[in-house]
Design a protein around this ligand. Structure first.
Ligand code: NAP
Length: 277
């Protein structure tokens, strides 16, 4: 029987997940389907309870359903539990299982683009304290980065994250960035600032040491102001498109039984799609 998966969200028309999964289905010669499924706010629990009856083996979950999906699961991975939100759901028998793959995608992107980047982990600065920032802080902690400064507009949100994730995670204010960046090995933008249609992101990039790695998880535009400023200083940078591709790998493998590869061809397809919108 043909396996089918979907992405649920509201709205969901902007999602690039169908492009990614359909590319992999075709290139691996798998007879399957991946579709967008608009699900209204408040209706995710019911949709997931009927997932199997609707003919799906699993789904991705995007805004605003990540927390509701978490609540609807029979079991969840440790990272999904820590984030209290999931982006990937699959069926094991009749049980619904879920996880968040953002952290895995974040690490895999840096591993691919800058091999050895976490061999000697040092202090990191993460801008943002939302869902993506949380997944990234969790992943950096796993790789041994310490201390990790979480700098966010709403300090209380960063403080909650620090309290939950332990002693090497510290909440900090934007005003302290020049000082925090001075000995940072890594700077991550995990806010939506700098994204097309959002306010710009302003960071005192000159404070970073010459060996620092700078990455932005915003990928529209692909080359953000932050990345351009870092490059003009000669720093190594990694854009956020790889995270988008890599975070999709575990879901595809669960649903369709083969581990797909992130290729230059897929990246080119996504770049063309970004430029066309
Ligand atoms: P979220 O939970 O809504 O968090 C948004 C973050 O941005 C918060 O830290 C928020 O600060 C901050 N922010 C928003 N507007 C701001 C403003 N005007 N001034 C200062 N800070 C502001 O969103 P998310 O899911 O974490 O996603 C964050 C970004 O990452 C989005 O642009 C998303 O598209 C991108 N993303 C990319 C990937 C990828 O694969 N590359 C994966 C996931 C997410 P407050 O807490 O103060 O509101």
């Amino acid at each position: 029987m043909m396996r089918r998966a979907c992405v649920i969200g509201w709205p969901v028309s902007h999602s690039r997940s169908p492009l990614i999964h359909t590319y992999w289905l075709r290139s691996l010669g798998i007879e399957g389907e991946y579709v967008r499924q608009p699900v209204e706010p408040g209706a995710a629990g019911r949709f997931l309870a009927e997932l199997r009856e609707r003919g799906f083996v699993g789904c991705n979950v995007t805004i605003p359903h990540k927390e509701a999906a978490f609540a609807a699961l029979d079991d969840v991975t440790p990272i999904g539990r820590a984030l209290a939100g999931v982006n990937t759901v699959w069926l094991e028998g009749s049980r619904l299982i879920g996880t968040s793959t953002d952290g895995e995608g974040f690490l895999a992107n840096l591993d691919e683009r800058t091999p050895g980047w976490s061999a000697a982990p040092g202090p990191a600065v993460v801008l943002g304290a939302g869902g993506a920032a949380k997944a990234i802080v969790w992943s950096l902690r796993e790789r041994g980065f310490a201390p990790i400064a979480v700098v966010n507009r709403s300090l209380s949100r960063a403080e909650d994250l620090a309290k939950q994730f332990g002693p090497f995670i510290r909440a900090d204010r934007w005003e302290r960035l020049p000082e925090l960046l001075r000995n940072a090995a890594l700077l991550v933008n995990a806010t939506s600032l700098g994204m097309a249609g959002q306010p710009p992101l302003s960071v005192p990039i000159e404070a970073l040491p010459a060996h620092a790695l700078v990455t932005d998880i915003v990928y529209t535009p692909l080359s953000t102001d932050l990345l351009r400023a870092a490059r003009s200083r000669g720093l190594v940078t990694v854009d956020g498109l790889g995270m988008l591709m890599h975070q999709a790998v575990p879901g595809f493998e669960r649903w369709f039984g083969r581990r797909p590869t992130v290729t230059d061809e897929l990246r080119a397809l996504l770049v063309a799609d970004i430029e066309a919108r």
